[in-house]
Design a protein around this ligand. Structure first.
Ligand SMILES: *Cc1c(COP(=O)(O)O)cnc(C)c1O
Length: 374
């Protein structure tokens, strides 16, 4: 049996006719940049996330960069975040010239540990970027309380977490900014690159819209040095159609996770792996990834044998960012972020995409049992 880590073709087939019609209409209009398709999507995403406003941008990476730019965060400023995330979170901080400062993660949720943040705050700290990793929200009440006490901006990296909830509030609605990615492998993916910034602040949305278009106020009158961070009409149209299916897909991911839990509970390999923990605080986990920890130093062996058996799996992320060569000048060394380092050596993502079947999950769990033994 073949079980890909992700297969988007079924999803596409079910919406192909409608999407092609939209794409064709946009090509007929020859209006490709921003415009009414983007504005419509912005309204839909804001409503979906429970925010006042949303601003379509070129990617999740640019959503982070533009938020930092609007806050005028740059050289001499520090931004606290997790070392256990996709590169772009930390890349964005460096790209605006600010200094990333790492706080280690919680061993159960893999999200930044609020208890580790306060000791990292200095007079130079300007912002915190909590990352809702794999589709589960950070402990946002604790993070927001810290930010309020120290007057810090909160930029949620919600790139993996559209529709995830913390205590009834949606990812991207709890900080000053919510950053989303529509990279194809995210829960809501477009046909290329795309992103969105959400906010409840009228001043900030005006600045976001200006900054994404070279800081332009009226035509060719520039108030700030922004950039080209504009979302395409084609991507927006595809996303508007797919957004209507998002809750169905996220619910399917949740149901798939529950099936995995039931199957692993009866597996002889149960003692050798740790299933993804659902946080103690009230959350809706949308399972962009279903990541297990593999004990006894057997992660790489399990990964390669699973692949040989036709099961797609991969490691998010094998080297925490404080140990990456490109961040050597930050001065971190092995041992500085012990939880992130341990988790990156044990973690393995299994197929969880909405259209995957019970038989496929049965095969994944059986194959893991065969490889790891009792
Ligand atoms: C995907 C992702 C990004 C970057 O999004 P792109 O659209 O690929 O630029 C940033 N942060 C996290 C946590 C992500 O998963």
């Amino acid at each position: 049996m073949q079980v890909p880590l992700l297969d988007l073709k079924d999803q596409y087939r079910s919406l192909k006719a409608e999407i092609m019609q939209e794409i064709s209409a946009i090509c007929d209009s020859q209006h490709f940049i921003l415009g009414d398709k983007v504005e419509k999507l912005e309204e839909e995403i804001a409503r979906y996330c429970g925010t006042e406003f949303a601003c379509g941008v070129t990617s999740g990476s640019d959503a982070l960069i533009i938020s930092l730019m609007v806050e005028n965060i740059g050289p001499g400023d520090e931004v606290i975040t997790t070392p256990f995330t996709f590169f772009a979170t930390v890349g964005a901080i460096s790209r605006v010239g600010a200094t990333p400062v790492f706080a280690d993660i919680d061993p159960d949720t893999f999200n930044i540990n609020p208890g580790e943040i306060e000791a990292k705050i200095t007079p130079k700290t300007k912002a915190i970027i909590p990352v809702h990793l794999f589709g589960q929200c950070c402990a946002m009440d604790a993070i927001n309380a810290l930010a309020a006490r120290h007057r810090l901006v909160v930029i949620e990296d919600a790139c993996q977490a559209i529709g995830a909830e913390f205590d009834g509030r949606r990812a991207g609605s709890m900080g000053n900014y919510g950053c989303f990615s529509f990279f194809p492998s995210k829960n809501l993916g477009c046909f290329g690159d795309g992103g969105m910034v959400t906010t409840n602040d009228k001043k900030r949305i005006e600045l976001l819209r200006m900054f994404r278009n070279h800081g332009q106020g009226s035509t060719y009158i520039h108030h700030h040095i922004g950039g080209n961070f504009r979302l395409d009409a084609l991507q927006a149209a595809v996303l508007s159609i797919k957004l209507r299916e998002l809750d169905k897909w996220s619910n399917a991911r949740e149901a798939n996770a529950a099936e995995y839990r039931a199957l692993f509970a009866e597996s002889k390999a149960a003692g050798q792996i740790q299933l993804p923990a659902v946080a103690k605080y009230p959350v809706r986990h949308i399972y962009n990834q279903f990541c297990i920890l593999v004990k006894n130093g057997r992660r790489d062996e399990l990964c390669s044998q699973l692949r040989q058996a036709g099961v797609g799996c991969t490691v998010y992320y094998p080297l925490p960012l404080h140990l990456q060569e490109c961040f050597r000048s930050l001065g971190y060394k092995a041992g500085d972020m012990p939880v992130s380092e341990q988790v990156s050596g044990e973690i393995l993502a299994l197929p969880i995409f909405p259209e995957s079947t019970f038989e496929q999950r049965q095969y994944v769990v059986k194959t893991i049992e065969k490889i790891l033994g009792g």
